[in-house]
Design a protein around this ligand. Structure first.
Ligand code: HEC
Ligand code: HEC
Length: 269
């Protein structure tokens, strides 16, 4: 498929740019299409079973000192999940103590990679990603706090969500294949066939994320919001601009039902 090759090339390019000096990030080609079901890996344990060979797991992934885009973390040790649990106490009210928030406005953090969490907290603190609540929450955190909290949430298990049956087909096609005619890349090229993301490249896990949060996030990018101005932060706004409201609703619902620990049938309601 011509399109998938283009997506793979773009992905490889981006991965190389972002991760040039990052030892933990192999520039991997877009993964082969997985079977057409929402549950991509029956029985897989998201914490120990890397979605893609060669991809660091949450357990072992560390951010090497001097990682580009993480200047503030240069002298920081890899996150300590035990220390992080105490530091995350203030976060539990909104994100859930185990990172599985119940209010769908607050993103789930369970299973999200340490690297991605650190980047977001750094961006909130710097005011690059703007949200009044989170800018306040991130302000007192040191880079070490961010790593410890990130390591704690990365170890938690995301609870599976469900997709809306009526939206699954459109969401799945866009997620897995994109839409060449409209210049929309396959989401799985970066976020993985089962939505586990790529910690080394700071591509977030999407698996089981609340549809409502995904929808709000894609809409805000569509409408011109950006989380900073580096190359990494420009990826999603340029993609979201090509999505219309129906695409966004379908993708959000499909992604909420996308998870690794279900049987063959897509999780739908
Ligand atoms: C009062 C509720 C509230 C509290 C307390 C809170 N958060 Fe948040 N958090 C949010 C909301 C709402 C968002 C979504 C912001 C947006 O839309 O940009 C968010 C987003 C995030 C994100 C980005 C997630 C993603 O998927 O991109 C991270 C990381 C995060 N919070 C970490 C924390 C940490 C760590 C703490 C504790 C120090 C914390 N939050 C405390 C409400 C809260
Ligand atoms: C070329 C790689 C790439 C592709 C393709 C891609 N994404 Fe992303 N996505 C990213 C990156 C990088 C981020 C994090 C942005 C940041 O940190 O500023 C992200 C973040 C997101 C987030 C926010 C997650 C969170 O927890 O806040 C959502 C939702 C998302 N992408 C959905 C999609 C969808 C839907 C598609 C397909 C239409 C897609 N992405 C295609 C790289 C990609």
């Amino acid at each position: 498929m011509k399109f998938r090759h283009a997506a793979a090339a773009i992905t490889a390019m981006l991965v190389m740019n972002i991760a040039a000096a990052q030892t933990a990030a192999p520039a991997k080609p877009a993964p082969a299409p997985a079977p057409a079901t929402t549950a991509a890996k029956p029985g897989a344990n998201p914490a120990t079973d890397p979605a893609t060979p060669g991809m660091p797991t949450n357990e072992t992934a560390t951010v090497p000192a001097g990682t580009p885009g993480a200047d503030a973390t240069a002298a920081v040790k890899p996150g300590d999940a035990t220390a992080g649990q105490g530091k995350a106490a203030a976060c539990g009210a909104c994100h859930g103590m185990d990172g599985n928030s119940t209010d769908a406005q607050n993103p789930r953090l369970a299973g999200q990679s340490e690297q991605y969490i650190v980047r977001q907290l750094t961006d909130f603190k710097a005011g690059k990603r703007q949200n009044p609540i989170m800018m306040g929450m991130a302000a007192p955190l040191s880079p070490q706090d961010m790593h410890d909290i990130g390591a704690y949430f990365a170890k938690q298990k995301p609870l599976p969500g469900v997709a809306d049956k009526a939206l699954v087909d459109q969401g799945q096609t866009l997620y897995r294949e994109g839409d060449t005619a409209r210049g929309i890349p396959a989401c799985m090229a970066c976020h993985g066939p089962d939505g586990r993301g790529n910690p080394g490249a700071m591509y977030p896990q999407l698996t089981s994320q609340h549809a409502r949060y995904i929808e709000a996030t894609l809409k805000s990018w569509h409408d011109g919001t950006a989380w900073g101005d580096d190359a990494h932060a420009k990826i999603m706004p340029s993609i979201a601009q090509k999505l219309d409201e129906k695409d966004i609703a379908a993708l959000a619902s499909y992604i909420e039902g996308l998870h690794t620990n279900d049987a063959d049938a897509p999780a739908t309601r």
